[in-house]
Design a protein. Structure first.
Length: 699
């Protein structure tokens, strides 16, 4: 063994005998670990290419192992980049990323592999392949074509360069958003300035002040620091009575990362230009046309048809929503009643919610302490899917003391999966939003020696309100449904029965079908018995009172017209930018944002609204020309939940039976079967939008 290898032996990013030891991973480990992984993967790839294999076991099995090894070290580094971001880690990540992109392109563009796939499709053994193998192979051929495998010479070089630049642009976009969010804060010292703010938000604001160096800040006397981080920003917009401060905060929010050295506008323009160039090199007119070849939706027309259908159903309801707010403001004698602005909407919407449902986030919070919510969630999963979730803190190292670890067993008591939950917002080092990711996927080819299978492990990351000095994390209802959502993704990752890693769990599922399991789980937050089980007062242990449950269920369709329009607006802007926007034309991306916003929303965005500059989903999150997927999936998930409604949610036997059917189809089959077929396996027919419109109160 050489010296270099000895040094590498101690690199925790290369130690895969067990769960990664996050505490020991330093930014300096990233570069060497990535180099070693890429060397090994490169050598293995070369070996396959020169062997010209003609059988599945000689081609697809080693290929799966290559992807897997490569995902390991880089996967953990990427995970830490998202949850424990520091300047040195960011630098190490950015240095390694081009090599990764280069290798991914080599893998994706390998003519040897492509010829191998095509050879397998024409081989004698193909006739004996099951659906999973055939689909994996078909996807591999399609993806290789989309990765430019059929390009030669200079064209090929150019194609590679575009991919590399797009990846760098995405990282820069995301970092700019993170930095711009961190750069702004509002320090308030006069109690009048936080008038209306609930106690949780005051506490958080005082803690933010302490963190910013204002020693001795308290919830009662301040000072208070308000930031653009969601748990700080949202309550302030909803509750602060000082309209001028809401305006200030709102304006800062919609212009994040849109000027000075953090300006994302040039990144947006360049991204769109390159995306179009890339699509044209492969013979597609637009990036959207190209990317839809990998989706459940057949084409842009099908997507826009659904979006317009939703827009038309939602607009009258959204108009009424706005009228209701104006009326309420007038009743309250508010000066802004005749001149309601964007920074007034969340505030008056919250007042209207209180009036209509006599219920606000703050009254609900005490009933949703994180431990109780987890308990309710796991009980539901047990009931529906016949699994057991066990707390296993301490059985695997974590990257932050607040991270929890769990194991999952099936009905027979066998371990089938594990997962981590990183629940709280940490704006200084963790990216915003909520997501699920994979540490390992289920795989036979990647099983440890002597083991029949490698079991899946998921990460669930949220950005919910942290516990304070004297209380557990008391969640808003929105944070609860977000957790259910991410857990739904994790379930699909963990309950897969597919043994081919390339199609297990979420792998190889079309993007627009991938939210089916997650949004399906959200529906249960509105199911009475489920709610009763998970909502208990953190101090008294009392269940959420029935009238609050009624109110919560009635509140589900509250302002749903406006919410739907917001999502449709994002989706239409995304599709327009990646389908019709012309980099050489007169209209800028921000012009597109404004034009579509004016056509879609009932309250047009401000002229200076540059939210596009923080729209990470479509410029850094992989949802380019794919934001519509949320609504597309919502049709699927609402319709799937509709099956339970039809069977009767009170009928325990029927619910359990359908739950297991959902587990054995949607959650089990992963990417081994076309999403339309999987849906039909479960529902017995093609999806229909009726249930979604009904649940949204827009039918
Ligand atoms: Zn999701």
């Amino acid at each position: 063994m050489t010296d270099a290898n000895e040094k590498l032996d101690t690199n925790p990013l290369l130690d895969w005998t067990d769960f990664p030891n996050f505490a020991c991973i330093e930014p300096a480990h990233v570069g060497p670990a990535v180099d070693v992984t890429l060397d090994q993967a490169g050598a293995a790839l070369t070996a396959i290419e020169s062997a010209r294999p003609t059988q599945w076991d000689d081609l697809m099995v080693p290929l799966e192992r290559i992807s897997d090894q490569f995902e390991r070290s880089w996967g953990v580094a990427s995970h830490l980049h998202a949850v424990r971001n520091t300047a040195p880690l960011r630098e190490a990540y950015q240095q390694a990323q081009p090599k990764i992109v280069q290798f991914l392109h080599r893998l994706g563009q390998s003519r040897g592999l492509f010829d191998g796939y095509v050879g397998l499709q024409a081989s004698e053994e193909y006739a004996d392949y099951d659906g999973a193998r055939r689909r994996v192979l078909d996807s591999a051929v399609r993806d290789a074509r989309l990765a430019g495998v059929e390009l030669d010479g200079a064209e090929r070089e150019r194609f590679l360069a575009i991919g590399k630049e797009l990846a760098e642009l995405g990282t820069r976009f995301q970092n700019n958003v993170l930095d711009a969010t961190k750069a702004f804060s509002l320090t308030l010292t006069d109690p009048d300035e936080i008038d209306g703010l609930p106690s949780t938000a005051r506490q958080l604001a005082a803690e933010a002040a302490v963190a910013a160096g204002k020693e001795g800040a308290t919830a009662q006397v301040g000072p208070w620091v308000i930031t653009l981080d969601a748990p700080s920003f949202i309550p302030f917009m909803q509750h602060a009575k000082r309209r001028d401060l809401r305006e200030k905060l709102y304006r800062a929010y919609i212009t994040r990362a849109s000027d000075t050295e953090l300006d994302n506008q040039p990144i947006i323009r360049r991204t769109l230009e390159l995306a179009r160039e890339q699509a044209r090199m492969l013979g597609y007119d637009t990036y959207a046309d190209m990317s839809l070849t990998r989706r459940m939706a057949t084409d842009v027309a099908a997507v826009e048809k659904l979006l317009i259908q939703l827009r038309d159903a939602a607009r009258p309801a959204a108009m009424k929503d706005l009228d209701d707010l104006r009326e309420l403001a007038k009743e309250a004698g508010a000066a802004e009643a005749d001149d309601l602005m964007n920074w007034d909407v969340a505030f008056w919407a919250e007042r209207l919610r209180e009036k209509k449902f006599s219920l606000n986030d703050e009254q609900l919070r005490p009933y949703f302490p994180l431990p109780g919510v987890l308990d309710g969630l796991f009980t539901l999963a047990e009931r529906l899917f016949d699994i057991t979730v066990t707390i296993a803190d301490g059985q695997a190292p974590v990257w932050h003391e607040d991270v929890r670890f769990f194991r999952v067993a099936n009905g027979a008591g066998e371990n089938i999966a594990a997962f981590y939950i990183d629940p709280y917002s940490r704006p200084a080092e963790k990216r915003g939003g909520a997501w699920r990711n994979s540490l390992y996927g289920r795989s036979k080819a990647c099983a440890a020696p002597g083991e029949p299978i490698r079991l899946p492990v998921a990460y669930i990351c949220c950005n919910q309100t942290p516990p304070s000095s004297d209380k557990p994390s008391l969640m808003t209802f929105n944070e609860v449904s977000t957790l259910f959502h991410e857990f739904g993704h994790a379930l699909q990752h963990m309950l897969t029965t597919v043994d081919i890693g390339l199609a297990a769990g979420i792998n190889n599922i079309e993007w627009d079908a991938v939210e089916l399991a997650s949004q399906f789980m959200e529906n249960w937050c509105y199911d009475r018995p489920t709610l009763r089980g998970l909502a208990r007062h953190w101090e008294t242990g009392e269940s959420l009172p029935d009238e609050m449950i009624d109110s919560l269920i009635a509140a589900r369709t509250f302002r749903e017209g406006s919410t739907t329009l917001r999502q449709v607006n994002f989706s239409l802007i995304d599709m327009e930018l990646y389908h019709r926007y012309d980099p050489a034309g007169d209209e800028s991306p921000l012009d597109v944002q404004r034009r579509i916003g004016a056509e879609t929303l009932v309250m047009p965005p401000l002229p200076e609204d540059r939210f596009l500059c923080s729209f990470s989903h479509i410029f850094a999150g992989g949802y380019s020309a794919g934001y519509y997927s949320y609504k597309w999936s919502a049709v699927l998930s609402a319709d799937a939940f509709g099956a339970f409604e039809e069977a009767g949610l009170q009928d325990e036997d029927a619910v359990r039976k359908l739950g297991r059917h959902f587990r054995d189809t949607v959650l089990a089959l992963g990417g081994s079967r076309a999403p339309m077929e999987v849906f039909k396996d479960f529902r017995g027919r093609e999806p229909q939008p009726d249930a979604l419109l009904r649940h949204s109160g827009l039918a």
